[in-house]
Design a protein around this ligand. Sequence first.
Ligand code: COA
Ligand code: AMP
Length: 632
Amino acid sequence: MGNYSKIYQSWQQQPEAFWAEAAKLIDWVKPFDKIQGELDGLERWYIGGQCNMAYNCLDRHVNAGLGDQVALIYDSPVTGKKQQFTYAELLVEVDAFACVLQNTQIAKGDRVIIYMPMVPEAAIAMLACARIGAIHSVVFGGFAAPELAARIDDCAPKLIVAASCGIEPNRIVEYKPLLDEAIDIAAHKVEKTIILQRSEHVAIMHDGVDEDWQELVNTVKATDQQCAPVAVLATDPLYVLYTSGTTGTPKGVVRDNGGYMVALNWSMKAIYDIDAGDVFWAASDVGWVVGHSYIVYGPLLQGATALMYEGKPIGTPDAGAYWRVIEEYKVKSLFTAPTALRAIKKQDPEGKLMADYDLSAFEVLYLAGERADPDTIKWAEQHLKVPVIDHWWQTETGWPIAANPMGIEQLPVKYGSSAKPMPGYEIVVVDDEGVPVAANATGNILIKRPMPPGCLPTLWQADEVLNEKYYANFEGYYETSDAGYLDEDGYLFIMARTDDIINVAGHRLSTGAMEEIIAGHKDVAECAVIGIADKLKGQMPIGLLILNDGVNRPHEEIEVECRQMVREVIGPVAAYRTSIVVERLPKTRSGKILRATMRKIIDGEAYKVPATIDDPEILVELTARFKDVGLI
Ligand code: COA
Ligand code: AMP
């Protein structure tokens, strides 16, 4: 039996002993009374334990003599700036900003929204919140003001910490007007903001509301004020991270302190094979779960060096950008989305730019966030000559569900599979009635409850939505809303979502949310948004619109307006560009639009005309229309 099987079995046989052992690697202020159980109707880990995330990420390492080791590297090709912080230096910055938060009357349990690009201050703000037990909620910079407002209303922050701008290769994204608009729209009134002024664009400040980050930090540093880490319960929330749900309202995934710390710490070695001192680069954004778990908290818990990269895989300045960073900082492992690799491959199909850099320190490439197509994996393997590891997880779980655990044992790679379940996760694949299906048969992927440490205990102030969305359909199991299969060797293949979520360039988006917006266009009678296959971004949203009777404006105008509406409500990240006017939409007799059937027609996949279809002729009409507009 290989190491993976032994470890997985040891967890299966004694799950509590397994997670008690993993918890020993964390410093606790007070040991937990009960390792796992139900509290107020929710599944909880390390009940009664007290701890502090920032202490475990920083003070613990400084106390152990790692103070001079680099904790955080900032590399920003879009501004030309580079900066490094040792553990001791990062602790000073986090401590100072934690004092600023306290001076702003932020205390344990208060919510703080962080709306910042990939700058070190974003990580500092997160860790400072963690230090005082405030609950942060980071909002991705590619979202528009209404999305930010929805988050303000849901988590009711006392404070918003923002930067004056983010930088995209083609433009400066001014955050302050978006922030002001969001505060204006939101029903919950935010009293204070702290703004990090960036030299690339200086925001206009409002007296009495907006405070300057640097001034506040300088004031603290001029005194001897310090901020001791505040002990929080293992079960207290560390953060709320919003993610797309099946409606326009995003869901606030709650992450606790203790379970998350233990699980991340375990995963850094077991899954990513990262030790203290190694450089780990997750090329994502702090606005996503990958950014929380593997740009900030995971590497720091492990005493490794985290890397914040403010740039893109291509265009900043070219498709060799990732290889330059790997060489410059001796990155041991890179974690990125398959889209980024496809973008690089498109511009540098022969991998010529890789040859310009010394990649000798580079050991493993990890891919997640969307399906990794075998061609892309093989291309990366061939050119980088390192293992390329697909692994699968969700915002809800906070760390990988299935992976090839490089720190335990490298399992043989099967292309298209995210390998095997990690300890903590027992996966079953079932049909819609909950009956397990045979090996290689596709079905709903479920995880047996209780979920392991680190996974969501609940949704922010929405326990009932948690039950409805994740627990109601299959008793005793968490419903992942992913469909796929386990093969005869227990390898997992993730094939599709079972809900209306699509994955565009590794970004999780709700087509339902886009439909809600487009349906609000004055000329649109009805619409359906579907995600169709895209060679670069994995999927792209397209809208199929039925116009109101009598509308005879050029369709191009309506298309541009719909594009603009989605951009203004969700944000540029939705990448909604294409609308097609159709006469009718195919529906079941009960009125459900047959979105999956339309997607299959466009993607050229085999499909069966659903038995419940109201009028099969519509599919013939639509196929002709899709041909007309060049979609097929
Ligand atoms: N702030 C503001 N706007 C942002 C943004 C941010 N943080 N991130 C993306 N956007 C904007 C882009 O500028 C673009 O705007 P545009 O319509 O004005 O051009 C739009 O959102 C769509 O962005 P994206 O889908 O990323 O496409 P792109 O063509 O700009 O870039 C890639 C293509 C492949 C380079 C890019 O998608 C990429 O780096 N993908 C990897 C994503 C990733 O790592 N995800 C990790 C999740 S785990
Ligand atoms: P997010 O919550 O943004 O991390 O998105 C999670 C979703 O992305 C999952 O439910 C899957 O649909 C998809 N996903 C993530 N990783 C993979 C992967 N390795 N293979 C296929 N799909 C993935």
